[in-house]
Design a protein around this ligand. Structure first.
Ligand code: UT7
Length: 332
């Protein structure tokens, strides 16, 4: 069986910052509430007027990865973008990224799995290489959440931010890489987290726009509960599948939705917070980008052979955990 590992990383974050103090001037909220309820201090916001949106951010993240790894774009076989905020309804973000970087031998597609978008895309990319079909696959998690938020809705606009993280997948001869996955979905979760307008059900009409349903809707409490349950249960399942106990892990990389969710998952697993990657304070919830952004920010601390579990929960509901061993030491 071919082992498939993450062999390079890249990221892009907009310069523009939206702090809790800024939000205090926009909606009825305050820094203390946001900090204690979510752990978020600021998020990055794409400068849409300058075209700094999903394709742009994904392209920049991939360009950084290519430069760090010294990769020829012509070697890339496939690009997969996890995103719920593509620039266009069609064609896909991944195709445009391939064009922008000159990956003319590649094809691409997007995966819509909300906050689990990176995990589902990663699992897909790994399967293509394991099958022997392709050699170099780039998996991106990218979202411009600010393009689908209502900045008059304090229950959602304080949570999300924009960004992109990219990973390169290749076969690994040392036995490191993605070892196992438990991925799940439950469509009964639609009512708690969704965006109604703009699809086939509610196309863009004047009436639909007037209804205001073109923004993210979230009923936070049930999502919170299911997120803790879904992430901790699938981490436990992956540990059991691989005859591991949590103390043997070097890192857990959780989706960054809420610091209290992250703390509760760590608590359920009896796992020390120092080994839980966290970027939520600075970036908020960047949806599909949270996990690859964490990997980027912690890259210098990672060592070959480190045992890592990635875990996420999001709209759908979609959720799951992936167990991997890291393939290289420190920053490339
Ligand atoms: O990433 C995809 C998956 N998403 C998640 O995992 C998110 C899961 N949910 C959450 O993170 C949390 O539920 C939220 C951060 C969204 C909300 O936190 P909460 O502790 O669940 O608050 P709540 O919605 O139960 O609201 C508590 C109170 C309410 O006031 P009353 O009814 O108690 O008077 C809200 O109106 O806090 C109020 N509130 C706010 N107050 C100040 C809600 N949003 C705000 C706000 N500032 N921004």
């Amino acid at each position: 069986m071919i082992d498939v590992a993450i062999t390079a990383l890249g990221k892009y974050l907009p310069e523009q910052r939206l702090t809790n103090k800024d939000l205090e001037k926009m909606v009825d909220t305050n820094d203390e509430w946001i900090t204690t309820r979510t752990g978020i201090k600021e998020r990055r916001i794409a400068n849409k007027e300058d075209g700094e949106v999903t394709t742009y951010m994904a392209t920049k993240a991939v360009e950084q990865l290519i430069a760090k790894r010294g990769l020829d774009p012509l070697e890339i076989d496939l690009i997969i973008c996890g995103t719920i905020t593509p620039d266009l309804r069609f064609p896909d973000t991944a195709n445009a990224v391939a064009h922008n970087i000159g990956a003319t031998n590649a094809f691409g597609f997007d995966v819509n799995a909300a906050c689990s978008g990176f995990l589902f895309s990663l699992a897909t990319g790994v399967a293509y290489i394991k099958s022997g079909m392709y050699k170099k696959v780039i998996v991106v998690g990218v979202d411009t959440m600010s393009s689908i938020l209502n900045y008059e809705d304090r229950s959602t606009c304080i949570i999300f931010g924009d960004g992109a993280g990219a990973t390169l997948l290749e076969a690994n001869v040392e036995g490191n890489g993605i070892k196992d996955q438990v991925l799940r979905g439950d469509g009964s979760g639609i009512e708690f987290l969704h965006m109604k307008n703009g699809g086939a059900l509610n196309p863009i009409t004047k009436e639909n726009i007037d209804s205001g349903d073109q923004y993210v809707f979230q009923d936070g409490r049930p999502v919170f509960k299911r997120a803790v349950q879904g992430m901790s249960r699938t981490v436990k399942q992956v540990l059991a599948n691989n005859n591991l106990v949590s103390s043997e892990l070097d890192w857990i990389v959780p989706h960054q939705a809420n610091m209290r969710i992250i703390n509760s998952v760590a608590d359920q697993l009896d796992f020390p917070l120092e080994k839980v990657m966290q970027t939520i304070e600075n970036y908020g919830n960047t949806t599909a980008a949270t996990i690859p952004l964490c990997l980027n920010d912690y890259e210098s601390k990672l060592k070959k052979g480190d045992k890592i579990i990635l875990t996420a929960f999001g709209g759908g509901f979609t959720w799951g955990s992936i167990y991997l061993t890291w393939a290289y030491d420190g920053e490339l």
